[in-house]
Design a protein around this ligand. Structure first.
Ligand SMILES: Nc1nc2c(ncn2[C@@H]2O[C@H](COP(=O)(O)OP(=O)(O)OP(=O)(O)O)[C@@H](O)[C@H]2O)c(=O)[nH]1
Length: 265
């Protein structure tokens, strides 16, 4: 064997052969890839997190297999570059020529951390929020959808109205998916959503803060319907919004099931 020849050239390349079943595959790729990820924040700092990635492309009917190794190769070239939703979009556009694909999607789900100050004592602690970015690319265009899951507190208005004292309350998950013509920072989206809960959450609370949270939620009761409507009203008014979806799940403390609502606009 000639030692100058790259060994893979001599190997059969099965995925490059012709397929005769005439079936286009809408999405083929890899998923459940866990990798460190750097986020470029608006204040110039960089946050380290870990993302779970999915990469897919459309495969034309005549091609037997995609270039499976190139998804990971793409991720490798981006792994030290701090990401924003905009660079994530650029990554999806870069994937298409690399994979010889007309169409493809990239999804990354990761925890995002905000340093919050408790409402009375001012003690600082981190809160985690689950974020998902989906970039859908076709030709020269790519659209990014940002989804954030924001935990808040909800207190039942009915329970408050019918009870001589107290009211049942619980943790609620408010999940907003947004496609917009202009960029919205994660902090900005999260704060707009948190403001609509009966009360927001913090990682660390002292007794003075706990009193505040208890009274604030009591003064601001919300059904699951109130949560989705109030959050939807915020996103309806934001400039450049193409579409939004607001979902709320209340982990009811008086039931072993959740109350649930969705608004799409
Ligand atoms: N297409 C495809 N490849 C698979 C699958 N499972 C494992 N692989 C392997 O993924 C490996 C890398 O795929 P390719 O990107 O085509 O590798 P390559 O031909 O060395 O690289 P390129 O020349 O860049 O295409 C190959 O060894 C494939 O056999 C599968 O279900 N589909």
């Amino acid at each position: 064997m000639n030692s100058q020849i790259e060994p893979s050239v001599l190997m059969p390349d099965v995925q490059s052969t012709l397929d005769e079943r005439h079936i286009t595959i809408q999405r083929v790729g890899i998923r459940q890839v866990k990798q460190p990820m750097l986020l470029q924040l608006a204040d110039g700092s960089v946050q380290a997190t870990i993302a779970e990635w999915t990469f897919t492309v459309m495969l034309p009917a005549h091609e037997k297999g995609t270039h499976m190794s190139r998804f990971m190769a793409l991720l490798n070239t981006w792994r030290n570059r701090p990401m924003t939703a905009e660079t994530f979009r650029a990554m999806a556009l870069e994937m298409l020529p690399l994979l010889h694909a007309e169409k493809g999607d990239i999804t990354a789900t990761f925890p995002y951390f905000i340093n919050k100050k408790a409402p009375v004592s001012g003690v600082e602690s981190l809160m985690d929020y689950q974020v998902t970015w989906v970039a859908r690319a076709q030709g020269q265009q790519a659209v990014v959808e940002q989804t954030v899951l924001v935990p808040v507190m909800s207190l039942c208005p009915c329970s408050k109205a019918i009870s001589e004292y107290g009211a049942h309350n619980q943790r609620s998950h408010v999940t907003v998916s947004l496609i917009a013509e202009q960029h919205y920072e994660l902090d900005d989206l999260i704060r707009r959503i948190e403001a609509q809960g009966s009360c927001e959450l913090w990682g660390l609370l002292k007794r003075t803060d706990e009193k505040y949270v208890t009274e604030r939620s009591y003064d601001n009761p919300k059904f699951v319907e109130d949560l989705v409507r109030d959050v939807a009203a915020v996103f309806q008014k934001l400039p450049g919004v193409v579409s939004y979806r607001v979902e709320a799940e209340n982990f009811e403390s008086i039931h072993n099931h959740s109350a649930y609502a969705v608004v799409e606009g």
